[in-house]
Ligand binder design. Structure first.
Ligand code: THG
Length: 372
């Protein structure tokens, strides 16, 4: 390639931007109108740290949408089909958001900070505009804003040691997706047990963007004995682990998908009658039954390292779905892909293929989660 994406004032910089540049960041992507590091020049070392050691990621682009006020809880429940009854202060939940047609528009982590204060830690779409619009049109008493909050992830099997060294042993007992408001030498933050990998870890939600360099340096120093190094959300690991990436796997404007198709059916509560955006559409879709479903594939032939856009999936020449992301897994010795396809295609289907830049490839549907 002979072109570059330029850095300019229309895209925001993370509070960790300077720190990641100093670490030798080699590429950025754009997520929630903010640069997010892609890699630091040695993908294999970054993958190995995530699987066997510990990595630190600038994930400030996981922006927070804050709901604050007496109707904050009502608005949170209105935004997601997941039943939030029983969610406690200090607890996080994975909460798909749908539009009125029942299509997914984001899949945030919800943090309940207080009875009247919630954060939606969002994937790549403009949830603040959406939530503010819904709140105003429904006459709710709630402020919707984007607070000065920027997550830094510590991921990998040794993340627990690094985080304990920084905050103390209480962090070992934190349950998955739960969090606590705390500070690190006066740096205000929320510490959560979460992160976009299946290797375990924590996320530090920095609450003062002026302290990005300081927080980065403290985590790096505490991680030094454990071989910590920089990294970024890892496409190979996330495919191996079956994590969903809104924007890659689905996007409302380009490749819309319903929660039933995405495999979120068990999270959707249509029984209790609570009101939420998209309810009527989901009731209808549930009655009809899904026409498409999430699939995993293995790609035959030479390793494929990635794809620049969703790829049409063909069955004996007929388009039957799409593959959203492909990556080669050394661990499993296979090229893996995730996608959406018509129901009825199963592991026994033959004649499935993709058009790749270097020619047609046959592929096989395999059960999720992937394995070696
Ligand atoms: N952490 C935080 N914010 C985020 C993400 C994150 N915002 C953007 C994006 N990631 C939101 N999407 C996801 C998708 C998957 C998960 C978390 C956020 C995830 N899924 C687990 C899984 O699928 O196995 C657990 C799901 C569950 O138990 O309900 O962790 O990573 N702060």
């Amino acid at each position: 390639m002979s072109y570059r994406i330029h850095i300019g004032p229309n895209i925001r910089k993370s509070p960790y931007f300077a720190a990641t540049v100093a670490e030798g960041v080699q590429s950025f992507s754009v997520y929630n109108h903010m640069y997010i590091p892609g890699n630091f020049g040695d993908p294999q070392a970054e993958y190995d740290r995530l699987l066997n050691g510990v990595a630190m990621w600038d994930v400030a682009a996981q922006r927070q949408v804050q709901l604050f006020g007496p109707d904050a809880g009502r608005l949170a429940q209105l935004l997601t089909p997941r039943n939030l009854d029983g969610t406690r202060v200090g607890q996080g939940r994975y909460v798909p958001l749908c539009d009125h047609q029942g299509y997914l528009i984001n899949d945030p982590v919800l943090l309940k900070l207080a009875e009247d204060r919630f954060w939606l830690s969002i994937a790549d779409s403009d949830v603040q505009l959406w939530a503010a619009g819904i709140a105003a049109e429904r006459g709710l008493h709630v402020e919707v804003s984007e607070p000065d909050v920027s997550p830094l992830a510590i991921q990998g099997p040794l993340a627990v040691e690094v985080t304990a060294a920084l905050f103390g042993d209480w962090i070992r007992d934190l349950r998955y997706f739960w969090f606590r408001e705390t500070e690190l030498d006066g740096i205000p933050l929320v510490l959560a047990r979460s992160g976009w990998s299946k290797q375990g870890g924590y996320e530090l939600y920095l609450m003062d963007s002026a302290r990005g360099d300081a927080l980065w340096a403290k985590v790096r120093a505490a991680g030094q004995p454990y071989g910590i190094g920089p990294g970024a959300p890892n496409d190979v690991e996330r495919l191996e682990s079956g994590l969903i990436s809104y924007g890659a796997d689905m996007r409302r404007q380009t490749h819309p998908v319903t929660p039933f198709e995405m495999g979120f059916g068990a999270m959707i509560d249509l029984e209790t009658g609570h009101d939420f955006i998209g309810r009527d559409a989901l009731v209808r879709l549930a009655a009809e039954g899904p026409r498409r479903q999430r699939i995993g594939i293995e790609v035959d032939g030479a390793p494929v390292t990635g794809n620049e856009h969703p790829l049409d999936l063909f069955h004996q020449g007929r388009p039957v779905g799409f593959i959203s992301e492909i990556a080669h897994s050394r661990r499993f010795g296979k090229t893996l892909g995730l996608g959406i396809a018509e129901v009825g295609l199963g592991p026994d289907s033959t004649g499935l293929s993709l058009h790749l830049p270097d020619g047609d490839r046959s592929v096989r549907i395999v059960p999720l989660p992937f394995s070696a």
